[in-house]
Design a protein around this ligand. Structure first.
Ligand code: ZN
Length: 289
């Protein structure tokens, strides 16, 4: 299954120049190979295919215009293949004859292919490695798992840059389970589950907050990915004050130092965080019921 993931990227000045150059070269080979194809057809009824056009680019154009060799070669081949797709559409769907691309075209993009690790993503450091550009700053609002096939770099009229990554995923949905778990992403332990498991806390608060936000994103993503429901309950939910057994509200537990308490109404001995996680589970289930 192929899936595309689009992210905003923030190329530096040098990288912006390289991207602009690649847009220009792609437009150039698109127009040149379209003209070549048109000329061949009009002057001899010779039909050429995309491979012929690509060969023409490599053998003739790159000799005549040496600067074409400076940009990513996959971008050029893909520009020629895009031209071919427009040409095929013209024949098969009686769409308009492919237009030559103008310098003033607002749709600027090029596509490069993955080979030997030339495209790499580092979700942690918020960087993406792209051919000829090296590491580009990026904003990853979601993660993905799978093999990268290609990357399309684009710039919208407002000037913002994006990268769309095509990923091949071998995703098998995991079998459905009748098991829900409440998670309390708290301060003392990073994560407490309603069945009593605790996952260790990070060292510093700043690091903690970053990790927490990331963990929440990952949980949500993984849940959706696996066909599970992910329900986020707002922070004001009084999860640590309510007895998860009888519903008694115990204001004493507002104090964060109260780690263990016995419910005055039903007598249940509570671990503060596990009780909170149980309430969160109940709250979450209430929302989907
Ligand atoms: Zn109780």
């Amino acid at each position: 299954m192929l899936k595309a993931y689009k992210y905003r990227i923030y190329p530096n000045k040098e990288q912006q120049v390289e991207i602009a150059k690649t847009f220009g070269c792609c437009r150039f080979v698109y127009n040149q190979t379209l003209a070549y194809r048109k000329e061949k057809y009009e002057n001899g009824k010779i039909s050429v295919n995309k491979i012929d056009c690509n060969n023409y680019c490599n053998r003739e154009l790159k000799k005549a215009y040496e600067w074409l060799k400076e940009v990513d070669k996959f971008a050029l081949t893909n520009a020629i293949y895009h031209m071919d797709a427009a040409y095929q559409k013209f024949f098969q769907e009686h769409a308009g004859y492919p237009k030559f691309k103008s310098k003033h075209d607002t749709h600027k993009s090029y596509t490069t292919n993955f080979t030997n690790g030339n495209i790499e993503i580092n979700f942690e450091n918020r960087k993406i490695k792209l051919p000829k550009l090296k590491k580009v700053k990026a904003k990853f609002h979601r993660v993905f798992y799978g093999k990268i096939k290609s990357a399309t770099i684009s710039q919208v009229p407002s000037g913002k840059y994006y990268v769309s990554i095509l990923v091949e995923t071998e995703h098998k949905e995991i079998p459905h389970v009748n098991c829900e778990v409440g998670l309390d992403l708290g301060l003392k332990n990073l994560c407490i589950t309603s069945d009593g498991r605790k996952y260790k806390n990070p060292k510093t608060l700043a690091k903690h907050q970053r990790k927490l936000a990331k963990l929440q994103r990952q949980l949500e993503y993984k849940a959706t990915w696996n066909g599970r429901k992910y329900i986020k309950i707002d922070t004001f939910y009084a999860s640590s004050q309510l007895c998860s057994v009888c519903g008694y509200q115990n204001a004493d537990t507002k104090n964060l130092y109260v780690r263990r308490w016995i419910c005055p109404k039903c007598g249940t001995d509570h671990d503060r965080d596990v009780n909170a996680a149980k309430n969160i589970l109940a709250g979450g289930l209430g929302q989907i019921a």
